[in-house]
Design a protein around this ligand. Structure first.
Ligand SMILES: [Zn+2]
Length: 202
């Protein structure tokens, strides 16, 4: 079975990195290095800093879920493919991740931008800190926000929570119950998938 996400055409060159059988970063493609250098450092410095490092040590936080998905790809010798959101204050961005087994235990990670929606600027996504003191949880995978138990797009959640420009909450990152259940299923079978998407256009 081929992942349905394969039908989506990448809107930008995919970002690719490969780990060896001991989870050490072997290669990073030019697109990855160019993207990484936009948040600091020149591409050569990024490459030098990352190649040879154990993935889970340089990208803390990814191990909890990427570890089981990588084990699944290696064990079944099959690609694990899923969508996730990588939003900015001005755009909702749908990404596609393909985790593909390679010879000798190596694994390739390819993330591609497959959908973009412009949005009115969301200040809370700047991550510059809160002015109102409260803390709300954003799901790291689907980027929905917990509004008293309802997981909503950040704009809807802030409206429901009564946030305004002077009383913005701080975001902490977690995982919503839907993504937790779907990732658990995906770690057990590459035929499972995640329902992460962009919201319907109004
Ligand atoms: Zn989620």
């Amino acid at each position: 079975m081929t992942c349905a996400l394969h039908e989506l055409t990448p809107l930008a060159p995919p970002l690719v990195y490969v780990i060896d059988g001991e989870d050490r970063i072997q290669t990073l493609n030019e697109a990855y290095l160019a993207d990484a250098s936009t948040w600091g450092g020149d591409p050569d410095a990024v490459r030098q800093a990352l190649v040879g490092q154990v993935l889970w040590q340089v990208l803390p936080g990814v191990g909890e879920w990427y570890g089981p998905l990588v084990r699944r790809a290696r064990a079944d010798q099959r690609e694990v493919c899923f969508p996730f959101r990588c939003d900015t204050p001005d755009f909702r961005r749908l990404m596609r991740m393909r985790i593909t087994p390679q010879p000798r235990g190596a694994v390739a990670f390819e993330s591609s931008l497959v959908g973009v929606q412009p949005r009115a600027h969301v200040e809370v996504l700047e991550g510059t800190g809160a002015s109102g003191g409260s803390i709300v949880t954003m799901c790291s995978w689907c980027k929905r926000v917990d509004a008293d138990g309802a997981w909503l797009e950040v704009e809807e959640a802030l409206a429901r929570l009564g946030a305004d420009a002077y009383h913005l909450p701080a975001l902490s990152h977690g995982i919503c119950p839907r993504c937790l259940g779907e990732l658990t299923a995906l770690a057990q079978s590459p035929d499972a998938t995640l329902s992460i998407d962009l919201p319907e256009a109004p």
